[in-house]
Design a protein around this ligand. Structure first.
Ligand SMILES: Nc1nc2c(ncn2[C@@H]2O[C@H](COP(=O)(O)OP(=O)(O)OP(=O)(O)O)[C@@H](O)[C@H]2O)c(=O)[nH]1
Ligand SMILES: [Mg+2]
Length: 306
């Protein structure tokens, strides 16, 4: 065997784009397991999270980021800053757009604006045109033209994160564009978050799935206890913080039905993620206007000056 055949590529791929285009779904699909919370509603991801894919010839470290959006409160500003921050360490940028959405959304342009403002050299950009499973036959090429014109210097690839179209091609494309380097992480490590942090996100995703309008966006989840119960599983106690008494009533629901529904959905997701039985206990508390309160944001882990 020659050295040429053993070249190994490794590096950081910042996965960026507006909310709800499928960034976290794509990372889960590529890793073959759910490490990142996903929901049908925008602004599901609130922090950076690594998804580490190790193949025989590469280690691709995906940095999942909050969707870039026009913020309405300090939490939104934190989320945008957290996303923009991923550009600093990126060897590559994976710009995700939703090709089933026409015309391109104004928030698709936020990443392009960030790239324009970048002081350092712009890393190579791969643009993944996601959700092609939603297109009618024959629509693809015209839409590809519309979207690729947003950033002509990017290499583009149409994909479907949920159906799996072109995901092997995407991995090959990213691999060949990453620098030659040894792996940064052990090959069996898939993320940088602890199970309890993923569990908190899965609880919030369950809220986004079952609650409507602004209510689920006003929720922060704190894990109060995460204890192993021998071989019988894990016991998790968590608090859901909302901004108003009226929201608390909605989250609990009539006769406690809503919180029960959220709890059993989240429990199933945490069991699937962790591969063991979970006992989950939820309660709801009010922290008035927490999304605009610097002190509470800090307490909840949304602080950029760490
Ligand atoms: N039809 C279809 N739906 C998809 C595809 N990829 C993602 N979705 C759906 O899009 C929605 C949003 O997915 P997420 O992965 O949470 O999106 P995101 O970009 O991480 O969103 P934020 O975390 O809010 O920035 C979910 O309902 C996914 O099931 C796809 O390829 N096809
Ligand atoms: Mg996400």
């Amino acid at each position: 065997m020659t050295n040429e055949t053993q070249v190994f590529h490794a590096g950081y791929v910042a996965v960026m784009g507006r909310p709800n285009v499928g960034k976290s779904t794509l990372i889960n699909a590529l890793l073959g397991q759910q490490i990142a919370a996903v929901s049908p509603k925008p602004q599901t991801t609130r922090h950076q999270q690594l998804g580490i894919l190790t193949t025989p010839n590469a280690q691709i470290i995906f940095v999942d980021t909050p969707g870039l959006h026009n913020p309405l409160h300090k939490l939104g500003e934190y989320m945008n800053a957290e996303a923009a921050d991923a550009l600093g360490d990126a060897d590559l940028i994976l710009f995700l757009v939703d090709i089933s959405f026409l015309p391109p959304h104004e928030e698709d342009y936020l990443l392009i604006r960030l790239l324009d403002e970048l002081d350092s050299e712009i890393p190579p950009v791969v643009m993944a045109l996601n959700k092609i499973d939603r297109l009618a036959e024959g629509d693809l090429s015209a839409r590809m033209k519309t979207y690729t014109s947003l950033l002509p210097q990017a290499t583009s690839l149409p994909i479907s994160a949920t159906r799996g179209d072109n995901l092997d091609e995407l991995v090959a494309l990213l691999t060949e564009r990453l620098p030659e380097a040894p792996p940064y992480y052990p090959p069996d490590q898939v993320t940088d978050l602890f199970e309890r942090e993923i569990a908190a996100d899965l609880i919030r995703a369950a809220c986004l799935i079952h609650l409507r309008d602004e209510v689920p966006h006003a929720i922060a989840v704190r894990i109060d206890e995460y204890t192993e119960r021998g071989t019988s599983g894990a016991y998790i106690r968590a608090t859901l913080f909302v901004e108003r008494e009226s929201q608390k009533a909605i989250v609990i629901g009539e006769g406690g039905r809503m919180i029960k529904r959220i709890g059993s959905h989240a429990r199933r997701e945490i069991e699937a993620m962790s591969g063991r039985k979970v006992y989950l206990q939820l309660r709801v508390k009010v922290r008035k206007n927490w999304r605009n309160d610097e002190n509470v944001l800090r307490q909840f882990g949304f602080a950029r000056d760490k």
